[in-house]
Design a protein around this ligand. Structure first.
Ligand code: SAH
Length: 247
């Protein structure tokens, strides 16, 4: 899968994504992540790509033409169809695991990052297919948000993680949060790993994880529970954990 990031700060994006799992996937050729510096398309020798806002208001707005030229440099409009273009924006729909899964089906995604006050609406109307936000807060630029999208989408692509179970069992994938996890040593600061984890009984471990995942969802993200159909038996088990925790 290929990602093309249109940005004024390519180094920020490259530096973040060249490390660890995503960096290795790129080295292996499973992913290709290119950054395009919008400033290279400024059309003037100062590299100026922004201007003051019409109608007043503080700050600077990125102009249409450099963004349009940067996007157009990505494909041959006569031979290829326009690649899917996402604009990182606090006005977009908020990224979810489900959305990331949907995006992982594309062969090529273009991610446009705004900076300063954002980008002139007219070029957005011309090239962008969807706006995506990473949460209800405002960042200084779309670069960190683009890295979040690329990271989250990439780990669902075959070969990036060691196996698909690695992400299929995780928080949000099944509609609820992941249960607590443990590794060696068995006892640390007098805290023991739950007995069932050491039992070797896979069915029991699976059930423990399912119920504790539901319990954590109830405690931490009750809003997620409304989408789940929890049986009265499961509720009883969840409340038993609560009693245990209180006791
Ligand atoms: N004036 C804009 C905010 C500009 S912030 C507004 O009020 O909507 C500058 C850039 O940061 C944006 O163009 C966008 O690309 C990025 N950005 C800011 N917050 C974001 C968020 N929550 N999710 C994704 N991108 C964001």
């Amino acid at each position: 899968m290929k990602f093309s990031v249109l940005t004024l700060f390519p180094k920020q994006v490259k530096d973040f994504l060249s490390e660890s799992i995503i960096g290795r996937a790129e080295d292996k050729g499973i992913l290709s992540i290119e950054t395009i510096d919008i400033r290279d398309f400024s059309g003037n020798r100062y590299g100026k790509v922004d201007d003051t806002l019409f109608g007043g208001g503080t700050g600077m707005l990125m102009q249409c033409e450099p963004v349009y030229q940067a996007f157009s440099s990505l494909y041959d409009a006569e031979k290829e169809s326009k690649p899917h273009c996402i604009f990182m924006s606090p006005k977009g729909s908020v990224l979810t695991q489900e959305k990331a899964k949907e995006l992982s089906k594309y062969d090529h995604l273009v991610i446009l990052c705004g900076h300063y006050e954002g980008i002139d609406q007219r070029v957005l109307d011309e090239i962008v297919d969807e706006d995506l936000s990473i949460g209800d807060y405002v960042l200084t630029g779309g670069e960190v948000a683009a890295c979040v999208v690329i990271d989250c989408v990439s780990r669902m692509i075959e070969g990036v993680l060691p196996n698909s179970e690695a992400y299929e069992e995780e928080s949000h994938m099944s509609g609820y949060l992941e249960a607590p996890q443990y590794t060696k040593p068995n006892i640390w600061h007098d805290r023991e790993v739950p007995e069932v984890m050491l039992s070797g009984n896979h069915a029991k471990i699976k059930e423990w994880k399912r119920i504790h995942g539901l319990y954590d969802t109830w405690k931490r993200r009750p809003d997620m529970l409304s989408k789940l159909d929890i049986s009265s038996e499961d509720w009883k088990k969840i409340l038993d954990i609560e009693k245990e925790q209180q006791g």
